[in-house]
Design a protein around this ligand. Structure first.
Ligand code: NAI
Ligand code: MG
Length: 356
């Protein structure tokens, strides 16, 4: 089969980790006889330098006509002084919006050979952690009506509004159920239905949709309890689906319990199969250009791309297995190094994973 993939290396360590990820794409193409047509475009600071805007029209057009997009990271001190609308981050928001990507999938995985990286007690992470957080990305309180007004007594007040429509809830819940079907068929919907009306609608819609997924065992949890359960007993979770703000907070919490920012990939999906795949880390200007960056988050993003946008399950599995094998053999980049392991650079790590 033939697939078009747009590659956006971006800034800082973005190009370094993306290079390793692209090599993995090429190896998978050879192994399975697929033709991956890669087109590189500019996004972020490098686009500002070259064209004056963080998201050139050509970049967005190329992304729209591809099957999947691989992104490195954008931003850095060089562009920090620019006004908000032409900063690198504006390119990131622009591309998510421009491609209609309303679902953010963030797996938090702790590999058995990397348990020492977790800030949680050894007995809690004994059997590893493998959670998928599905976060709504384009609605809720971050996009609701907001403003400031004077109270009757004349003091200042401000408000933000959490609002979700049935359609918005249903489409993100569907991503949650489908993701659970591809994993261990357990879905936890997180809300605050004991207090918020928007959460009561959320729960109603999720329950209604569950009849389409009889194989998935669905449970509901209030967000405050979910925050607690994530550190008390993270192994109870398989897929978590939740709104924008709760998901923002819980996905950061879930990734921190794995202890390693350089290891975690993400996917942003919309209505079709087109998705954007990127590591959760930023451009890491402090280590850029030194062959120190961990390429695993970018490489695992390729694994997610194979599964969620291209429907290539075995290729996706290959990526995860290769990463696991290299870690089991004791190879580490600096960010995940510990006693008794061998510290290697970005290129060497990419090369080892490629060979697996
Ligand atoms: P960061 O994620 O770039 O770095 C945080 C710390 O983690 C640094 O010490 C860095 O060296 C380390 N780190 C990150 N990725 C690593 C990897 N793959 N291997 C080894 N170590 C790694 O976050 P920070 O420092 O807050 O932001 C730096 C720049 O990146 C900023 O301009 C920020 O706006 C941008 N950024 C971009 C994101 C994106 O493109 N999606 C996301 C987050 C930040
Ligand atoms: Mg956040």
């Amino acid at each position: 089969m033939k697939f078009n993939i747009t590659v956006l290396p971006g800034d800082g360590i973005g190009p370094e980790v993306t290079r390793e990820a692209v090599e993995i794409i090429n190896v998978l193409g050879e192994k399975y006889g697929h033709s991956f047509e890669l087109t590189e475009e500019k996004l972020g600071g490098c686009a500002i330098d070259a064209c004056g805007v963080p998201l050139p029209d050509k970049t967005l057009e190329t992304c729209k006509s591809s099957h999947a997009v691989l992104l490195g990271a954008v931003g850095g001190p060089k562009w920090d002084g620019l006004p908000g609308n032409i900063r690198p981050e504006a390119g990131l928001l622009g591309i998510r919006g421009g491609l209609g990507l309303f679902a953010n999938l963030r797996p938090a995985v702790i590999y058995s050979s990397l348990k020492e990286a977790s800030p949680l007690r050894a007995d809690i992470v004994r059997d590893g952690i493998d959670i998928m957080v599905v976060r709504e990305l384009t609605g809720g309180i971050y996009f609701g009506k907001r403003g400031r007004e004077k109270t009757p007594s004349g003091s200042e007040a401000a408000f933000d509004t959490e609002m979700y429509s049935t359609e918005e809830i249903e489409r993100i819940a569907r991503v949650g159920f489908e993701s659970a079907m591809k994993r261990n068929k357990r879905l936890t919907s997180v809300d605050k239905a004991n207090v918020l009306e928007s959460s009561r609608l959320w729960r109603e819609v999720v329950i209604k949709l569950s009849s389409e997924f009889p194989e998935v065992s669905l449970s509901h949890m209030y967000v405050d309890n979910a925050a607690m359960q994530l550190v008390r007993n993270p192994m109870q979770f398989d897929v978590i689906v939740t709104g924008n703000m709760f998901g923002d907070i819980l996905s950061d919490e879930a990734s921190m319990i794995t202890g390693s920012i350089g290891m975690l990939p993400s996917a942003s999906l919309g209505n079709g199969t087109l998705g954007l795949y990127e590591p959760i880390h930023g451009s890491a200007p402090d280590i850029a250009g030194q062959d120190k960056a961990n390429p695993i988050a970018a490489i695992l993003s390729v694994g997610m791309m194979m599964k969620y946008s291209l429907g290539l399950e075995s290729a996706s599995q290959d990526v995860e297995t290769a990463v696991k094998n290299v870690l089991d053999k004791g190879y580490r980049t600096g960010d995940i190094a510990s006693k008794g392991t061998e510290v290697i650079g970005t290129r060497a790590m990419g090369e080892l994973i490629k060979k697996e």
